[in-house]
Design a protein around this ligand. Structure first.
Ligand code: RIB
Length: 289
């Protein structure tokens, strides 16, 4: 049940403020914290905490942040042999989290711009490949093509949902987006959700849960109420949990149901990975439903 994640690693610098400032505005914040992040790394951790064997491919600098980010993945029992060390500084994300737990993120990709292409054997034994949009499009294209050639399904978390994400849609088996990203993809392609291309489209709806479109059938999965501290990484938790469940052989709707609860639980603690549940925590929450 190996999950391959190819994607970004960032050091997250997180400022808490009463609200997220608008353009040109200054707001007085409260605290500054640093966490391990990057959508790729976060999704890998979410899957590993739920019991998946995870192989991660990405790039960090030859700097202290790179050491730290690699150690963070290794501590979660993730195979990091495919992470390149490059001369560019490790990726960084500047994040503001509001009192309501909402966030605004600026990613400074740094070393992620040199994310590796698939190597011989990279997909051996993989049950799915998980991609996001924080590494160069050529890298994502190469991973998607290698996965297609190897018969391994591709899950694309189209975040951010620019033109490069549109180009990956024909290579995608399962598309995971939030409402804003879905609207962006539909606007760029001129197609509705059902005609974007992937056989499955999962749209996360925040506290309202998510919607699953699969080959003409639509299913709504309601949200799980939690006391929200920080929504950063909720989408990544969803992606990693979904990949872990599908890799474990679960059917689509039970897998999405798990991912939906995992994402809600992740919002209860600060940092993208702080609230990601363990297998035991998720099983207990699922049993409560
Ligand atoms: O999805 C949350 C992540 O987005 C953060 O960890 C940040 O690094 C950015 O990649």
């Amino acid at each position: 049940m190996t999950v391959v994640v190819a994607g970004s690693l960032n050091l997250d610098l997180v400022g808490r403020a009463p609200r997220i400032p608008g353009p040109g505005e200054t707001v007085m914040g409260q605290t500054l914290a640093r966490f391990h992040g990057g959508k790729g790394g976060n999704q890998a951790v979410a899957a590993a905490r739920l019991g998946a064997a995870v192989r991660f491919f990405g790039a960090v600098g030859r700097d202290a942040a790179g050491d730290e980010l690699l150690a963070g993945l290794a501590a979660e029992h993730i195979d990091v042999a495919g992470v390149a060390r490059v001369d560019t500084a490790s990726g960084c994300a500047l994040i503001t989290v509001s009192e309501a737990g909402e966030n605004a993120i600026t990613v400074l990709p740094g070393a992620n711009r040199e994310a590796p292409l698939p190597t011989e054997g990279a997909l051996r034994g993989a049950r799915c490949v998980v991609l996001q949009m924080e590494v160069p499009p050529a890298a994502n294209q190469a991973w998607a093509a290698a996965a297609r050639a190897a018969g391994v399904p591709v899950m694309l978390n189209a975040a951010p949902a620019g033109a490069d994400a549109v180009a990956l849609l024909p290579w995608t088996d399962l598309l995971l987006v939030n409402e804003g990203e879905l609207a962006q993809l539909c606007a760029q392609t001129g197609h509705a959700e059902a005609a974007l291309g992937p056989a499955t489209v999962v749209t996360t709806l925040g506290e309202r849960g998510c919607r699953v479109w699969h080959r003409g059938r639509e299913v709504a999965v309601p949200g799980r109420p939690v006391d929200v501290v920080d929504t950063t990484g909720a989408g990544d938790t969803f992606a990693g949990a979904l990949a872990a469940a599908l890799a474990a052989g679960k059917a689509l709707i039970p897998a999405v149901t798990e991912a939906n609860v995992a994402a809600a639980l992740s919002c209860r603690r600060p940092g993208a990975r702080g609230g990601m549940p363990s297998r035991a925590e998720l099983d207990a929450a699922l049993a409560e439903a």
